[in-house]
Design a protein. Structure first.
Length: 217
C-alpha cells in the first residue's frame, strides 16, 4: 500500500468503528475538562473519572478551586499520582484564570500553554474538545500507532503531530485523534499487537513478518 492508500483506509476503518467518538474524560465545561486532562498525565482516564466527581463537588469552577488549599486538592486527587505537583498546578491555574481571564478558560493555545501544569498536549485537547478548534493531540497510543502504520518515524511527539496534520484533512483531526486512541486501546495495544496482529496493521503491511519496533513518546 502507498501512504495515501494507507491514510484513506485508516480513515475509513476508524470511521466505521467509531463514527461518533466520545470524549473519554467526564466534564461539564472547559474548566472541568482542563482539570481532568491535567490529572490524566501518567494516569488512566478511568482513574481520573473516579476522582473528579469528588473534586468537582468541592469546586467545579476557578473561583471555588482557588479557595481550596493545595493540600485539600491533593487529598482528593491522590489516587491519580503526582498529586503534589498537580494539586499546586490546579490551584495556581485557577488563580491565573481569575486574575487574567475573568475566571474563563481562554480559547487560545498560547494562553493555555502558559498555565501551570498545562503543556502542548493538554492545551490541544482543550482546544479540540472544549472549543472545537482543529488540533491533533498526540498521546502514547497515537505515537505508537503512527509508527506501526508508517505515518511517522516516531522521532518525537512533536514530529508525529506534524506528520499526522500533514497527512489527514483538518476537518478530521478532532475526531481522528480520539478514534486512534480508542483503536490503540482496543485492538492495537502496546503488548497485544506488534505491528503484525490487528486489522489495520495487517492490511497496511500484509507482508510484514517481524514486529515493528516503535519509539516511545
Amino acid at each position: 500500500m502507498l501512504k495515501a492508500e494507507r491514510v484513506a483506509f485508516i480513515l475509513e476503518r476508524l470511521q466505521a468503528l467509531y463514527p461518533v467518538p466520545p470524549v473519554p474524560l467526564d466534564h461539564s465545561d472547559p474548566f472541568t475538562l482542563l482539570v481532568a486532562v491535567l490529572l490524566s498525565a501518567q494516569c488512566t482516564d478511568e482513574r481520573v473519572n473516579q476522582v473528579t466527581p469528588a473534586l468537582f463537588a468541592a469546586a467545579d469552577n476557578p473561583f471555588d478551586m482557588a479557595e481550596l488549599s493545595a493540600e485539600q486538592i491533593r487529598e482528593i486527587i491522590r489516587p491519580c499520582g503526582l498529586s503534589p505537583q498537580k494539586s499546586k498546578a490546579i490551584r495556581r491555574l485557577s488563580e491565573i484564570l481569575i486574575e487574567e481571564h475573568g475566571g474563563e478558560v481562554p480559547a487560545d493555545m498560547e494562553a493555555l500553554e502558559r498555565l501551570p501544569g498545562v503543556g502542548h498536549k493538554t492545551a490541544s485537547v482543550v482546544m479540540a474538545q472544549a472549543f472545537g478548534v482543529p488540533a491533533f493531540p498526540v498521546d502514547t497510543h497515537i505515537h505508537r500507532l503512527a509508527q506501526r502504520w508508517g505515518l511517522s518515524n516516531g522521532k518525537n511527539v512533536t514530529q508525529t503531530e506534524k506528520d499526522l496534520k500533514r497527512l489527514f484533512p483538518e476537518e478530521c483531526w478532532n475526531d481522528l485523534h480520539l478514534q486512534i486512541i480508542f483503536y490503540g486501546r482496543e485492538f492495537c495495544t502496546a503488548r497485544g499487537c506488534d505491528g503484525t496482529v490487528c486489522d489495520i496493521c495487517r492490511t497496511c503491511y500484509p507482508n510484514r513478518k517481524r514486529p515493528k519496533k516503535t519509539r516511545k513518546a
